[in-house]
Ligand binder design. Structure first.
Ligand code: FEO
Ligand code: CA
Ligand code: CA
Ligand code: CA
Length: 684
């Protein structure tokens, strides 16, 4: 079959259908993952069927009621609000229980209607963009000019659609480095519409340069102040779809990853779909290659390809495959090119000359991100989600222990074992407390096991070679009976307790298996709390539901760790997780406009004491945007987020957002189109 025989997926009309996700996001970001058939057609058990059993049991036992009683006193200071309504873009004034304490005190903002094009913060705080799409990283780089954009300029400018973010301060606290993923692009709002083929190809090269990552030096006069980015910073670097990556681990060099351009199977051009991530204890940044499938025209004529390609068998929306053969997986010379994406990549932001790496030992799937914690035995453990309806939760345990040698630590993620989670709701707590690791705050809702896919770096899955486990990880996990989950996004261990939090964003395809199950159909998502019961690197755990998201005014089964529902901020579609210095959880959302009618935002969720489960909204992002990459530097009084796809349902000619340069007349500002940006929130 030639490329000309294959129908091209048309770009959707720009529209936002109430109650559904933006068609533009579905097409451009996820290649319509939720519209096509499920990738996972295995018969593995749905987590929902387990959760339903547990929730039924907990209701009978009255455990939820006991938790609610415990928080009545703490919740009493606020004015009860049985129906929290949005009130324009006012920074506060709503009453969602007592104000959030700690070194970043605030009164929760009222939820902001999805149509509002504003960045909203609590009373007493203000915000500014730290860096925007198109801002030049070098003095030689052309200033951002949407009418004169080139691939060369974009390759030295800040990229588009920011997701994972970290702000890594140097020892002085006055200098540091910003690292940010750029997940995808929105051609419909970046440039004027055109049908000129040559111009479309030229823009395709701009889009390649606008994706990947940005690494940018930052500085400030005094600690505790907001940051500025540094033009010509010594660490400034762009990583794009053309940057060379090294494959590491057991699948590097295997036949499954060889192409005509890389007969050794060890060097890959570029990274795709970089979504969430994590910063390692040794100072590198991990980035998840998530929706890579949408960039390839696939044959999808094998079970292995079908399990990964989703609906991406037609020509892509980027059109890269029409002139760059490596994106045409129908070409026998490049049939393995998609096998070279879908990994966790590791980048050293301190060394702009370093070669970034893709770690095959950590498996290949739609990696949302990875977050590392050092286990009691010194090995490092990375927690990872596969963001697809009914896909799985994984963890990687390194072979070697962390050491004082940064050079050795840079190799930790190249060797180790991969596990996938199997949950059980019918196992009494007694079965999993034999290790003496019962937490002090009560019983679990159920237990679980990490099932090994590799041991000693070699496959333990019958019928799968080691290379097959690591390149076709989803099929290996199918074979061992992993539990189907509701789109695992960020999976992050608390730096204080080691408990692991799992954002399960939603699952439009979840079958209802229990009529009393409060999350049947799961439009709003939920958050799990996992407690490792045999140490961080062990293979048994207990789990509990922390949140069943939703607007409690309209979703009666919403659950907030037992906290009174009339005193919480409505929240839907949890995506990214972060912790503050006190170990409290912060959650950013992706999908509130289409599910509860409010703009996406950032929420604080206390985990401890009487405030446990008291969800309070800290900020709301502009129209059509999602909130990404939260970084909570509460001791500095600073909160950072990445604002992704503001105004995505508009067009260049008719923008729906002018974020972040609203009304600005500063030189270089472009207030005629939205610009995805990193925002810092600080005291007014
Ligand atoms: Fe790119 Fe799973 O979010
Ligand atoms: Ca995400
Ligand atoms: Ca995170
Ligand atoms: Ca997202």
């Amino acid at each position: 079959m030639s490329l000309t025989d294959i129908p091209r997926r048309p770009l959707p009309m720009a529209s936002h259908v109430s109650g559904k996700r933006s068609a533009m996001t579905c097409e451009l970001k996820c290649a319509n993952a939720c519209l096509g058939p499920e990738c996972n057609t295995s018969s593995n058990e749905h987590f929902r069927s387990i959760a339903s059993t547990v929730f039924s049991r907990r209701a009978v036992l009255g455990l939820g009621a006991a938790a609610a009683v415990a928080v009545v006193v703490g919740a009493g200071r606020g004015v009860p609000t049985s129906s929290p309504q949005a009130s324009g873009v006012a920074g506060s004034g709503a009453s969602f229980g007592r104000p959030a304490r700690g070194s970043l005190p605030f009164d929760a903002i009222a939820p902001v209607p999805a149509e509002v094009d504003a960045f909203t913060v609590p009373a007493g705080y203000t915000w500014n963009p730290l860096i925007r799409w198109g801002d030049p990283l070098f003095s030689r780089t052309p200033a951002f000019d949407v009418d004169a954009q080139t691939p060369e300029a974009q390759a030295e400018q800040f990229g588009y659609n920011s997701d994972y973010l970290d702000i890594i301060a140097d020892r002085s606290g006055k200098t540091g480095v910003l690292v940010n993923n750029h997940e995808y692009v929105n051609p419909n709002i970046m440039f004027p519409s055109t049908s000129d083929a040559a111009e479309l190809q030229r823009r395709g090269e701009i889009y390649k340069a606008a994706q990947g990552l940005s690494i940018v030096d930052i500085r400030r006069r005094r600690t505790g102040q907001p940051w500025s980015y540094v033009v010509d910073g010594k660490r400034n670097r762009r990583i794009t779809v053309e940057t060379v990556f090294e494959l590491t681990g057991p699948a590097a060099g295997s036949d499954l990853v060889k192409t005509a351009a890389d007969p050794e199977g060890r060097w890959v051009h570029g990274t795709l779909g970089n979504c969430a991530g994590g910063t390692t204890p040794w100072g590198t940044v991990l980035s998840g290659e998530e929706n890579f499938n949408g960039y390839f025209a696939w044959a999808a004529d094998t079970p292995q390809q079908k399990r990964y390609s989703g609906s991406s068998t037609t020509l892509t929306s980027t059109g890269w495959e029409t002139y760059d053969p490596r994106f045409n997986a129908h070409d026998p010379e490049y049939v393995n090119e998609p096998n070279r994406f879908g990994y966790i990549v590791e980048i050293d932001p301190q060394d702009p000359t370093s070669t970034p790496r893709k770690h095959t030992a950590m498996g290949r799937f739609k990696h949302e991100g990875a977050n590392v914690r050092v286990a009691e035995d010194g090995r490092v453990v990375a927690y990872m989600g596969d963001d697809e309806r009914n896909d799985y939760l994984y963890k990687f345990v390194s072979k070697n222990r962390i050491s004082g040698s940064r050079k050795k630590n840079l190799r930790l993620l190249s060797e180790g074992d991969l596990y996938v989670a199997k949950f059980s709701g019918d196992s009494p707590v007694a079965e999993i407390t034999g290790t003496g690791a019962l937490p002090s705050d009560g019983a679990f809702d159920g237990s679980g096991r990490w099932i090994p896919l590799t041991k000693g770096g070699r496959s333990v899955v019958p019928g799968f070679s080691t290379e097959e486990v690591l390149v076709y990880t989803r099929l290996a996990a199918d074979a061992v009976g992993a539990t189907k989950m509701d789109r695992p996004e960020d999976v992050e261990p608390s730096p204080v307790t080691g408990k692991v939090y799992v954002a399960l964003t939603n699952n439009s395809n979840r079958k209802t298996v229990d009529e009393t199950n409060p999350v049947a159909g799961n439009r709003y998502g939920h958050v799990l709390e996992i407690t490792e019961t045999a140490g961080q690197s062990g293979t048994t755990f207990g789990w509990s539901i922390l949140l069943l998201c939703g607007d409690p005014n309209t979703f009666e089964n919403a659950y907030f760790a037992g906290f009174p529902k009339d005193k919480v901020s409505p929240i839907s579609c949890p995506d990214n997780l972060a912790f503050d210095s006190e170990g409290e959880l912060w959650i950013s959302t992706d999908g509130q406009p289409g599910t509860i009618g409010y703009g996406d935002g950032l929420f604080k969720v206390p985990l401890n004491g009487a405030e446990r489960g008291h969800v309070q909204q800290f900020l709301s992002v502009p129209r059509d945007a999602e909130t990404c990459g939260p970084v909570i530097h509460d001791k500095d009084g600073l909160v950072f987020v990445a604002v992704q796809h503001p105004g995505e349902d508009g067009t260049f000619e008719a923008p729906r957002s002018l974020f972040p340069d609203y009304g600005s007349t500063a030189p270089g500002d472009v207030a005629t189109a939205p610009r995805p940006s990193v925002v810092q929130v600080h005291r007014a």
